[in-house]
Design a protein around this ligand. Structure first.
Ligand code: 26W
Length: 768
């Protein structure tokens, strides 16, 4: 029996015994559960062997508050090389393979940072590298977004109710986490990370918090039922929900507790493994490297020191060990996102940690003259840089900014710690899984397995013939997307239109507003009978706004209002369509990105640390309309600047104009800018609460916390318009040249595989 046949047989038995049904009759969720569990059984042996092997040698731990893994079934079968066979066998038995799409996304992450963590685990597994992931098993992942009356409405993401089919509870590895208001149990749930083209299976260990006592029998016997359950609820509440903010920090005690539980449980787990093989702690720094994914798990540093001193290691020795084990990645330059915690709050979570932080602060002052605690707040990034042997940014330009703008004082003290690790994405999910048509064409032009090693794409000759074949694939993906949008959203996005797509979290710095305002400006021209040569363009948006972020939500409203206006206007609807696709997530990304002609990456220079969506678009052969920012720069350099449409002020220019930036002058002198900005108040869009008019104020006047147009929408507006028009014109007038641009993007995308990134972490930081 083949492996695939075995999976089908097991799935059948699981359906019969656990769901009382058959492959043919099963509901989507039952089918998903059965196929997932059967696949787990199929990798069980390899998973156990991989774990044994990992426990023997040096390893790295990737601690992250977020892992945005998305759907697992098809991805895992694909990594096993069994996807097509399993799909065929399922169909042959009358099962509807489309039901596998009913699997819920595992959305234990907000955006880039969480998805990067998931890509890294996939790459490490494929490369046989001993890397383990540590995270939290949130009961509710990132909220689901619905759009009601053009506004974002959040719905809880109850992912475990339907699709928690991949985690295995490991009670025997539970640990106790000490909290000032009562200790709790952290129970690990392990998720397999199946390596492609190897038998290696990595592990993502997610901690769930539980009460030490299920409930209090004394209270129960006293008829005080609610109080009897209070402990249980309090413990379970810690991981109840992922905080949906991806930039502004929420100084909430519960969030700090989450961060501490993640840090403590993961470190205890590492130490326990170490202790199985060693009598003293002397070899600890040789045993493991710990990568801190942004500041969220940085309490792991004082926690390691706390745990070691409890075991009899001196404070100084513990600090030395910590300094050799931790490495830190920064993911953002936004000052709002840099975590600071009130020391009183830290004390209320764990007093010993607060005491250790104070001691570390004194040590830092003595050694470096720099303090970690300012105005009673512990600055997590400073702590991380002080105690880590390596600090990295996530794209070249960002890593420079980490040195020069974020931590200049630390950089002067410890220049050797700072370096760059440009992000990447896994081609298993972002090419092989989501675009099998493209893989088919590429595979007919090389014998090498680009799913194993993406860099081999660089050896394929960029011929006109191949460019044409890729354009054929793009048309197929556009047709599929168009059908999907019609079926699920009753949207009419003709496949014959140019697809111009911006998908990412909603944030002012990402400038979805600039895109939308520019569409309004184009709309007026098209309506007036100008821009005759413009090909029909569909502008697609997707992205969630943090629930408390009023301006981001106002931008969603504006886009939806624009969509209503344009799609219904008989004068322009043959030329333009606008759609806001609700609930952008991993699975939607897998459908949208392969269908894009143009990828919108339009942050002002110096604000987007790297971006990873930009890389997914590139692999799938979209042309970037983008600024000289983040990894866009490296993308353009790899593909050739002539194969992207780059526009806007560069970093030096922004630096220069920063202090004399005059938005009113631009507004008054540029007719295109003025009419677009005015549409916020004058286009007849619904705005009862004045949120759109506030957006206009933010562009022209600013608000107490930011001066006018903090992200240079007006400054870049004209060059953006010019870049887009040139882009659409190239598409319309010289499709063959455009197709060649797409091809060059795909063929030069090898650099942006997370395999390359993870190899660099492994060799240059972790030494594994
Ligand atoms: C404390 C709240 C919070 C939560 C998440 C603050 C900040 C974050 C992250 C830093 C946000 C994030 O996802 N950053 C993105 O990380 C990606 C992976 O490195 C980069 O590609 C993106 O440019 C960066 O915005």
């Amino acid at each position: 029996m083949t492996k695939a046949q075995m999976i089908i047989k097991d799935a059948e038995r699981i359906l019969k015994t656990e769901h009382g049904t058959t492959l043919k009759e099963a509901s989507g969720s039952a089918l998903c559960a059965a196929v997932a569990r059967a696949t787990l059984l199929a990798v069980g042996d390899d998973w156990a062997k991989s774990r044994e092997k990992l426990e023997k040698g040096r390893r790295a731990a990737y601690i992250s508050a977020e892992f945005l893994t998305g759907r697992a079934i098809c991805n895992n079968l694909n990594s096993l090389g069994l996807l097509e066979e399993v799909q065929k066998l399922l169909s042959a038995r009358g099962a509807d393979v489309n039901k596998l799409e009913d699997e819920e996304d595992s959305a234990l992450g907000n955006g880039g940072l969480g998805r990067l963590a998931a890509c890294f685990l996939d790459s490490a597994a494929a490369l046989d590298l001993p890397l383990g992931g540590y995270g939290l098993k949130y009961r509710y992942g990132l909220f689901k977004q619905t759009v009601v009356g053009n506004e974002q409405v959040e719905v809880p993401d109850d992912w475990t109710a339907l699709s928690d089919n991949w985690t295995i509870r490991r009670d025997e590895d539970s640990v106790i986490v000490e909290l000032s208001d009562g200790n709790i149990r952290a129970v690990p749930y392990d998720m397999p990370v199946i390596g492609y083209g190897t038998r290696n299976v990595g592990t993502l260990r997610l901690w769930q918090t539980e009460s030490l006592k299920e409930f209090d029998f004394a209270l129960f016997n006293d008829y005080r039922y609610e109080e009897a359950c209070a402990n249980k609820n309090k413990a379970e509440d810690i991981v109840k929900v992922l905080y949906p903010n991806d930039w502004n920090i929420e100084g909430k005690r519960l969030r700090l507790k989450q961060e501490y539980v993640l840090s403590s449980a993961s470190l205890q787990d590492l130490l326990r493994c170490y202790e199985k093989m060693h009598k003293s702690y002397r070899a600890l720094p040789d045993y493991a490297a710990v990568q801190l994914n942004d500041t969220h798990p940085v309490l792991a540093i004082p926690e390691l020191i706390r745990l070691l001193t409890k075991k009899g290691v001196s404070f100084n020795t513990a600090c030395t060990y910590a300094g050799k084990m931790f490495a830190f990645t920064n993911h953002t330059v936004m000052p709002e996102a840099l975590e600071k915690w009130d020391m009183a709050l830290v004390k209320s979570v764990n007093e010993e940690i607060a005491a250790i932080l104070k001691r570390l602060n004194r040590r830092s002052l003595r050694e470096t003259g720099l303090s970690l605690i300012k105005d009673g707040m512990i600055h997590m990034a400073d702590l991380a840089v002080y105690m880590s042997f390596a600090v990295n940014g996530v794209a070249k330009i960002h890593s420079e900014l980490v040195k020069t703008s974020l931590f200049p004082a630390w950089y002067r003290l410890y220049p050797e710690r700072f370096h760059n690790k440009t992000n990447g994405v896994t081609q298993r999910r972002w090419l092989s899984l989501c675009n099998k048509e493209l893989c088919g064409v590429l595979a007919s032009h090389t014998d090498k397995d680009f799913v194993k090693d993406l860099s081999v794409l660089g050896q394929i000759k960029p011929t006109k013939q191949l460019a044409k074949e890729l354009a054929g694939v793009k048309q197929i993906k556009k047709k599929q997307l168009s059908k999907y949008l019609k079926h699920f959203f009753s949207a009419d996005i003709p496949e014959s239109f140019v697809f111009d797509i911006q998908v990412k979290r909603l944030h002012e710095y990402k400038r979805q507003l600039m895109n939308a305002l520019s569409i309004y400006d184009l709309y007026l021209d098209v309506k007036a009978g100008k821009l005759k040569d413009l090909p029909p363009v569909a502008f697609l948006f997707g992205g969630k706004a943090a629930p408390g972020y009023a301006r981001a939500k106002a931008v969603i409203r504006y886009i939806n209002e624009l969509s209503c206006l344009i799609n219904a206007d008989p004068d322009v609807k043959d030329k333009m369509r606008v759609m806001f696709v609700p609930n952008y997530n991993c699975s939607l990304a897998e459908k949208l990105i392969p269908a894009a002609d143009f990828s919108e990456q339009i942050s002002p220079a110096g604000t987007e640390a790297s971006g990873t969506g930009n890389m997914k678009f590139m692999i799938n052969g979209a042309v970037t309309i983008g600024t000289w920012d983040g990894a866009n720069i490296e993308i353009a350099q790899a593909a050739g600047e002539e194969n992207e449409f780059i526009f806007g002020a560069r970093l030096e220019e922004i630096e220069k104009i920063k202090d004399s930036y005059d938005t009113k002058a631009i507004y008054e002198s540029d007719e295109h800018v003025r009419r677009a900005v005015d549409s916020l108040t004058d286009a007849g869009f619904a705005d009862e609460d004045g949120a759109l008019s506030e957006l206009k104020t933010s562009l022209l006047e600013g608000a107490s916390w930011h001066s006018a147009d903090h992200y240079y929408v007006l400054k870049d507006f004209a060059s953006y318009r010019e870049a887009r028009l040139k882009a659409y014109e190239t598409y319309a007038k010289n499709k063959a040249a455009f197709d060649m641009m797409c091809l060059k993007n795909t063929l030069s995308s090898g650099l942006f595989s997370s395999d390359r990134t993870i190899k660099q972490y492994a060799e240059e930081i972790w030494k594994i």
